[in-house]
Design a protein. Structure first.
Length: 246
C-alpha cells in the first residue's frame, strides 16, 4: 500500500484533494459508513449500500479554520474543517492531523481526527481538537490529511444487523442494536460502526465498538457512544456499518 500525504499551510483556506491509497483501516477522536444487508426498526436509523467495487472516492478539504472557544471553565481550541467526497464510491478511513504552534512559531504538539468512511456526495464537519494542557499557547496550525480510497469488505456475508436505535442525551448520543452471525463459522472479529448525522445530513462524526469470537448462530448486543461536545444536541440520525476487518 502506498499512502501519500499533502500538507496545507497554516491557516490556509483552499479547496484541496487529500492524497489517497487503496486499502482500509480505522480507529476515538471523532470517526463510519452505511449498511446494506440489514434492517432497522428505529426512526432514527437509516441504511444504505456502501459495499461496491465500482467507482473511485475523492476526498477534498473544502475549508478549514482555527477556532478558540473560551468557556467558563475550559477553553477548547480546534481546527474545524469541511470535508467532502466528490467521487462516486465510498472512501475508506480518513485521517486528519493538526500541528500546533505558539506565537513564536515553535511547534507544540499534534492531534488527529478520523472518520471510517465518507459516502459519495457526503460532507463531514470535521474537528481536530488540541488535547494539550495549555490551549492558550496555540496561535497557529498546519493541517494535513490522508485517506484510503477503498472501504474494505463492508457488510460481509454472514453478519446481519437485526436493528438499531439512537438516544441523544446531554453529553452523548448512544446507538444500540444487535448483530447476528448467521453463518456456521466463528467470526474472529466483528465491529459495529455508528455514523452520526445532523438534520441536514451532514456527518458530525462516528465511533465504533467490537467483539471477538462471535460464534455461528449467536447474536451480539452492542452499544456505541459518540461524544459530540457542544454538537451532541445536533445528532439527528445515524447509520450502521458492520465489519469483520480490523
Amino acid at each position: 500500500m502506498n499512502r501519500r500525504r499533502l500538507l496545507y499551510s497554516s491557516g490556509l483556506v483552499m479547496a484541496s484533494t487529500l492524497a489517497g491509497c487503496t486499502g482500509g483501516g480505522s480507529e476515538e477522536a471523532e470517526g463510519g459508513t452505511r449498511d446494506s444487508n440489514s434492517s432497522s426498526d428505529s426512526n432514527n436509523s437509516t441504511t444504505n449500500d456502501e459495499g461496491t467495487d465500482e467507482g473511485t472516492s475523492a476526498i477534498e478539504i473544502v475549508d478549514h479554520e482555527l477556532i478558540v472557544d473560551e468557556g467558563d471553565y475550559i477553553t477548547d481550541v480546534y481546527v474545524e474543517a469541511l470535508i467532502e467526497n466528490t467521487g462516486d464510491a465510498p472512501s475508506g478511513n480518513i485521517e486528519l492531523q493538526a500541528d500546533w504552534y505558539n506565537a513564536d512559531g515553535n511547534y507544540l504538539d499534534n492531534d488527529i481526527g478520523w472518520l471510517i468512511s465518507l459516502a459519495p456526495g457526503e460532507s463531514w464537519e470535521a474537528r481536530v481538537y488540541y488535547l494539550g494542557s495549555n490551549p492558550e499557547e496555540v496561535e497557529d496550525y498546519e493541517f494535513e490529511g490522508e485517506f484510503d480510497e477503498e472501504l474494505t469488505n463492508p457488510n460481509p456475508d454472514g453478519l446481519e444487523l437485526l436493528g438499531s436505535e439512537m438516544e441523544v442525551g446531554e453529553d452523548e448520543a448512544v446507538v444500540t442494536g444487535e448483530i447476528e452471525n448467521t453463518s456456521d463459522e466463528t467470526e474472529d472479529y466483528v465491529a459495529a460502526v455508528a455514523k452520526i448525522y445532523d438534520e441536514e445530513g451532514v456527518v458530525l462524526g462516528d465511533n465504533y465498538t467490537n467483539v471477538t469470537e462471535l460464534r455461528g448462530g449467536e447474536t451480539w448486543s452492542f452499544e456505541v457512544s459518540w461524544r459530540g461536545r457542544d454538537r451532541t444536541d445536533r445528532a439527528a440520525t445515524h447509520e450502521l456499518l458492520v465489519s469483520n476487518t480490523t
